[in-house]
Design a protein around this ligand. Structure first.
Ligand code: THU
Length: 137
């Protein structure tokens, strides 16, 4: 699986991020079970806790388009001072729709820096199968 189409989609979304408070622009893209790519950016709010991460925005875009499973994801932000990476809450959001061995690409201005799995980011996690739903595979 390649991030060739995930990266430009996330980068384009990142360019449209609304992040006037933090100045930290994030783009996220998701490939669904049919191969379609869904991308979105972070959306901040003057009432800070109401801000939404790029991953959460992208999940909403995917769901509205009919996607139900994430087979691959990519997050792009400034690579300095730290490697871009989904926040804790977004790791759990991804867990709802993504298998633990599915890849998440962490990218900066020059492209993908590192690829990890959801299981790497969220070990011993809680998910749909704990509540009797089918595990995401
Ligand atoms: N942010 C994301 O969009 N995704 C993450 O996983 C980390 C944080 C956003 C939220 C906020 O708009 C800004 O980055 C600074 O926290």
């Amino acid at each position: 699986m390649s991030s060739d189409d995930l990266y430009p989609a996330a980068l384009a979304a990142r360019a449209r991020a609304y992040a006037p408070y933090s100045g930290y622009l994030v783009g996220a893209s998701l490939r669904d079970e049919t191969g379609r790519v869904h991308a979105a950016a972070n959306v901040e709010n003057a009432a800070y806790p109401q801000s939404q991460c790029a991953e959460a925005s992208a999940i909403g875009v995917m769901i509205a388009a009919g996607g139900r499973k994430i087979v691959e994801a990519l997050v792009v932000a400034d690579e300095q001072p730290g490697l871009p990476s989904p926040c804790g809450a977004c790791r759990q959001r991804l867990r709802e729709f993504m298998a633990l061995d599915a890849p998440i690409h962490l990218a900066g201005a020059a492209g993908v820096i590192r690829t990890v799995t959801l299981g790497d980011l969220l070990p011993l996690s809680f998910g749909p199968e704990h509540l009797g739903r089918e595990a995401v595979r």
